[in-house]
Design a binder for this molecule. Structure first.
Ligand SMILES: [Zn+2]
Length: 149
């Protein structure tokens, strides 16, 4: 079983302050057979980087995540450690474990993926707020009770 989106963010907390200095220059969402795919171009480092996060069930708080980024940090530090947990595919690295760069094999995200992940987290939160009919009902009944007086 792949790591959950929540687990990935928690394991990458050391990258969050760095990610705040980066910006998303393009963002896209698409439906795939396996879930919802979020893609972004993230700028702020030496080159703009393309990264993606696939959430198997974005409406579920324990959704699993599959990730990828075309930066070197992801290739050398993250990819095989994430692939070992079923959360990435070893596409860019040669599949060998990052013995020197990530000796504990900690599965975590690069700064670009953290930037995209925080954006995705905000979007999921907004969707959840918009979906809550209970709040709307409360407001409308409050308006009704106010107009009755
Ligand atoms: Zn990256």
């Amino acid at each position: 079983m792949a790591l959950t989106f929540k687990q990935l963010l928690a394991l990458s907390s050391d990258q969050i302050s760095k990610a705040s200095r980066y910006r998303v220059s393009s963002f896209g969402t698409g439906m795939r057979a396996k879930g919802t795919l979020y893609t972004a171009v993230v700028e702020g480092g030496s080159k703009p980087r393309r990264c993606s996060i696939l959430l198997t069930d974005p409406g579920d708080k324990d959704t699993q995540a599959f990730v990828g980024c075309n930066c070197d940090y992801f290739k050398y530090h993250c990819e095989t450690a994430l692939a070992a947990r079923g959360t990435a595919q070893p596409l860019r690295s040669d599949g060998s474990m990052p013995v020197k760069r990530n000796p504990s094999f900690r599965p975590h995200l690069c700064v670009h993926l953290v930037k995209l992940a925080t954006l995705v987290a905000v979007k999921r939160l907004q969707q959840r707020i918009n979906k809550k009919p209970a709040t709307k009902q409360k407001t409308s009944s409050r308006i009704r009770s106010l107009t009755k007086r």
